[in-house]
Write a protein that binds this ligand. Structure first.
Ligand code: CA2
Length: 140
């Protein structure tokens, strides 16, 4: 079983700034906890600040991975191209947002991805990543 975890723009800054919104854990810590919780699962982690990278990885996952955890960051609210890639993806994609985007600025309240993702976990802090993995393992 291989699960791809993809983070979008600025999420490489996790744990370094804005702890009041995004918590204090770095992605390395979050990934370590996930790997320790599910030692038999092969996790691949990718992060990019570039829209096309995220689209390429979603497309490639069709052949190589069993499920995807996706926090597309700001592109969740803007990218029709990323939505199209997720819609076409044959493996289930679980959307994660660390913060509760429904309670933030108006421009963050709509995610273009929600309608094409198998499941969404919004506003559960960084625990949302592990909850997304759990959902995939129960539903793949
Ligand atoms: O709540 C989320 O997970 C978001 O996807 C995070 C995105 C934001 O644009 C979305 O509206 C909601 C941004 C992540 C920025 O992360 C930072 C973390 C630490 C320091 C600076 C940025």
């Amino acid at each position: 079983m291989t699960i791809l975890i993809v983070n979008g723009p600025n999420l490489n800054r996790l744990g370094l700034r804005k702890p009041e919104i995004y918590g204090t854990k770095t992605m390395a810590q979050i990934l370590l906890e996930i790997q320790q919780k599910w030692p038999d699962v092969h996790f691949i982690y990718r992060q990019s600040n570039h829209e096309g990278d995220l689209i390429d990885w979603i497309q490639e996952a069709n052949d190589q991975q069993h499920g995807i955890v996706l926090n597309a960051g700001g592109y969740s609210h803007t990218s029709v191209a990323l939505r199209d890639a997720v819609e076409e993806c044959k493996v289930p994609v679980v959307e994660v947002h660390i913060s509760d985007i429904t309670q933030r600025e108006a421009f963050r309240r709509v995610s273009l991805l929600t309608g094409v993702c198998a499941h969404s976990i919004i506003g559960h802090g960084t625990d949302g990543y592990s909850e997304a993995v759990e959902w995939l393992l129960n539903n793949i």
